[in-house]
Design a protein around this ligand. Structure first.
Ligand SMILES: NC(=O)c1ccc[n+]([C@@H]2O[C@H](COP(=O)([O-])OP(=O)(O)OC[C@H]3O[C@@H](n4cnc5c(N)ncnc54)[C@H](O)[C@@H]3O)[C@@H](O)[C@H]2O)c1
Length: 321
């Protein structure tokens, strides 16, 4: 049983309110499982929507949540995103504690206070900036994480490997997963503390995400895997051969087969892919922001013409009609 629940037991005295991914129920103490104040999620990503958001707000209001209460989120990034947005909204905001249970959420999703739900128009389009009061990380949750979700977590870890020389070296040296994860979490925390509202350096954390989100929505594959494909395609399009080599080296060090990079292995719905990109662009401006690394630890934001990106994609073997 994770030690951290002893810490949380205090909260149960003042009223315990939690949103929990049912897949981690076996890790939880009896008092959490028995609590009537838990809003359980069975399929967090597909429940990260407006309807379930409304149901959760009603649930916590009926259960007597107050301004001084804390909402505890226990689950992967989809759970912490939804719970964080409920915490930002109910009674105009209550504080919340994030307990990530996937590798991806431990290194990224549960940290930084960007909370959101998906809309029919796209992912994460309605949300808020509402930082958790605490992020409690316990790697015991990872003992039940399926292989596919480990791979997804490694996708975000590799992203940090491009942003930080220190993390890159740890990956290449095959450092223990918990050490690498800790450094990634620390990197994000440091960046977020300097740029909470994402007006400057926090933008760099979106490396691989513009194309990644289009892959995620058109292929229905896990977030981190989409980020890997997003980075790989970006490096191809902008002829960053050295960066593609680095990507392969990090995949190898993390024991991930290079085969996952082959877009021809996926049933890519090109129409859905381009549709997603068009929608994404409408929400920004004529130019689209891409994060391009020129070396490990040297990533910069480039404003490129959307048409330029589309032209390059249409010349790419995997996107030709
Ligand atoms: N807010 C942010 O800054 C940020 C950053 C990155 C990603 N995200 C969001 O995070 C989500 C992706 O996060 P995720 O990969 O954690 O997804 P997730 O929460 O959907 O979890 C992935 C799967 O693992 C299961 N699971 C969770 N913990 C488990 C455990 N310990 N053992 C067994 N199964 C477990 C879940 O039920 C789910 O099926 C996306 O919605 C993405 O948009 C947010």
């Amino acid at each position: 049983m994770p030690e951290l629940f002893k810490e949380l037991e205090d909260y149960s005295k003042g009223g315990f309110f939690a949103m929990v991914d049912r897949k981690v129920a076996d890790h939880l103490p009896e008092w959490v499982k028995a609590s009537s104040h838990v809003f359980w999620l069975d399929h967090p990503e597909s429940q990260k929507n407006l309807q379930v958001f409304g149901e959760a707000c009603s649930f916590f209001l009926k259960m007597g949540i107050r301004r001084q209460s804390k909402l505890i989120a226990i689950g992967g990034g989809a759970t912490t995103d939804l719970a964080g947005f409920v915490a930002a909204s109910v009674l105009r905001g209550v504080s919340w504690v994030s307990i990530p249970t996937t590798m991806l959420a431990m290194v990224d999703g549960a940290i930084g206070g960007k909370v959101a739900i998906n809309m029919p128009e796209g992912k994460n389009l309605v949300g808020a900036f509402h930082a958790p009061e605490q992020v409690l990380i316990c790697d015991e949750f990872l003992t039940t994480l399926p292989e596919e979700e480990w791979l997804s977590g490694k996708g975000e870890v590799i992203k940090y490997g491009f942003l930080s020389q220190k993390i890159h070296q740890l990956i290449i040296d095959k450092a223990d997963a918990s050490i690498v994860a800790w450094e990634c979490a620390l990197h994000k925390k440091t960046v977020v503390e300097r740029d909470f509202k994402e007006t400057g350096e926090r933008i760099l954390l979106n490396l691989g995400h513009t194309l990644g989100h289009a892959f995620e929505s058109s292929l229905k594959i896990p977030h981190g895997l989409s980020v890997i494909l997003g980075m790989k395609t970006l490096f191809n399009l902008y002829e960053l051969k050295a960066m593609e080599e680095e990507l392969r080296a990090m995949l190898k060090a993390l024991d991930v087969s290079e085969k996952i990079l082959e877009l021809s292995n996926y049933a890519l719905d090109k129409k859905a892919f381009f549709h997603y990109l068009e929608q994404d662009k409408k929400r920004t401006s004529q130019e689209i922001r891409l994060i391009l690394p020129s070396a490990i630890g040297d990533c910069r934001v480039h404003e490129v013409k959307f048409k330029d990106l589309l032209d390059r994609l249409r010349l790419h073997d995997n996107f030709k009609n």
